[in-house]
Design a protein around this ligand. Structure first.
Ligand code: PLP
Length: 373
């Protein structure tokens, strides 16, 4: 049996999402067609849009479905009517790369040793730069799980006439997310991080913010994003969001207990283990750990042989030998960075997963000690 502890990379498809997708696939039809089958497909898309809008406290017209979260981030950053961009140092690579690709002046705001943005530096940057800025600050980090002070950053952005976008891909379904309460202008979501399918995301855009078109085509998504909608994917996305909302907060309390159990057992067997960002508010499901001497890639491969799936950090960067950029920005030294493993729990995680991990970990630590002797 697989012990899957990599929910931040992709959360397994929820049964509710699978059911909604199968029904949508069977229904067929192009949502832009006028006949009955087309209208049925349109109804599925619009009902999903309403579900997602309700979950975030926005109007359905503010939800633009996209291909992936990466596309939504690119759309927000490349399409924003601004002259310069300010991002935090620990944004997902798709935010960093999209910001660089605009060719606009880019300022990167440092984070503390716990991974929290330096708000004073953000305020200084907002106050000193020339031209209207776009601030990009993720709601929760994909590696450490740290929750950023997006509401405070949004107030600062508003004071300086800037726009603010938040990448809420990792936060949705794990903590309450309300667009209006955060006070942001744009927000990115991705279905596969909440138990929906891969290959569908959304950008929420506040009324009054007009983005330059990123994907040209037909008049879909109120003319803002061309291309026939991924009806089954969108239906699965909404079903997953609804399921996550329905089980909150009880399920997240259960998951955070599981994560805490995992961390306390790990500390018992490996007292020298470092748990990143555990002194600040973080997602209930995420644990980012490192034990000096336990190389992350070797450990990951050995855990994989034991049928345990974890990751060395962001799925996009885990193949790279340089180690986590997020931890580097937090000032974590190279020898510890190369040992960083991300364990992320989710809707189908159990205490057996914790026991299985600890058992394998103990064997690997013992083997590593033997090899080092
Ligand atoms: N933003 C964050 C914080 C993520 O963790 C990810 C996925 O790894 C993305 C954006 C990209 O989302 P997608 O995989 O849907 O392109």
């Amino acid at each position: 049996m697989l012990t899957y502890l990599d929910h931040n990379a992709t959360t397994p498809l929820r049964p509710q999402a699978r059911k909604a997708m199968l029904e949508a696939l069977d229904a067929g039809g192009n949502p832009s067609s006028i006949h009955a089958q087309g209208r049925a497909a349109r109804a599925l898309v619009e009902s999903a849009r309403k579900t997602i809008a309700d979950a975030l406290g926005v109007l359905p017209a503010m939800v633009i479905f996209t291909g992936v979260g990466t596309e939504a981030n690119n759309f927000a950053i490349k399409g924003a009517p601004v002259e310069r961009i300010i991002i935090s140092a620990t944004e997902h690579s798709c935010v960093l790369e999209a910001a660089k690709a605009t060719g606009k002046p880019l300022e990167i705001i440092p984070v503390t040793a716990e991974g929290i943005i330096d708000l004073a530096a953000l305020e200084k940057s907002l106050g000193t730069g020339k031209g209207r800025a776009l601030v990009c600050l993720m709601l929760a980090n994909n590696e450490t799980g740290t929750i950023q002070p997006v509401g405070q950053a949004a107030s600062l952005a508003a004071e300086h006439g800037a726009l603010i976008h938040t990448d809420a891909v990792q936060a949705l379904g794990k903590i309450p997310v309300n667009f209006g309460l955060l006070g942001v202008d744009m927000m990115t979501l991705s279905a596969h991080k909440v138990g929906g399918p891969q290959g569908v995301g959304a950008l929420i855009v506040r009324d009054g913010v007009v983005l330059e078109k990123y994907i040209h085509g037909g008049g879909q998504e109120l003319g803002r994003r061309g291309g026939t909608e991924n009806v089954a994917g969108i239906a699965g996305f909404a079903a997953a969001v609804q399921a996550a909302i329905d089980e909150m907060p009880e399920k997240q309390t259960e998951i955070s207990r599981l994560r805490d159990l995992f961390e306390s057992q790990l500390q018992q067997v490996s007292p020298d283990v470092v748990i990143f960002s555990n002194q600040v508010e973080r997602l209930p499901n995420t644990s980012y750990i490192a034990l000096k001497g336990m190389n992350a890639l070797t450990t990951l491969i050995n855990l994989d042989l034991d049928n345990i799936a974890v990751s060395t950090g962001s799925a996009c960067s885990s193949g790279k030998v340089t180690g986590s950029r997020v931890l580097a920005e937090m000032g974590v030294p190279d020898d510890l960075r190369s040992c960083a493993l991300r364990i992320s729990f989710g809707w189908n995680s159990t205490s057996e997963d914790v026991s299985k991990f600890i058992k394998s970990w103990l064997a690997l630590v013992a083997r590593q000690k033997q090899n080092a002797a």
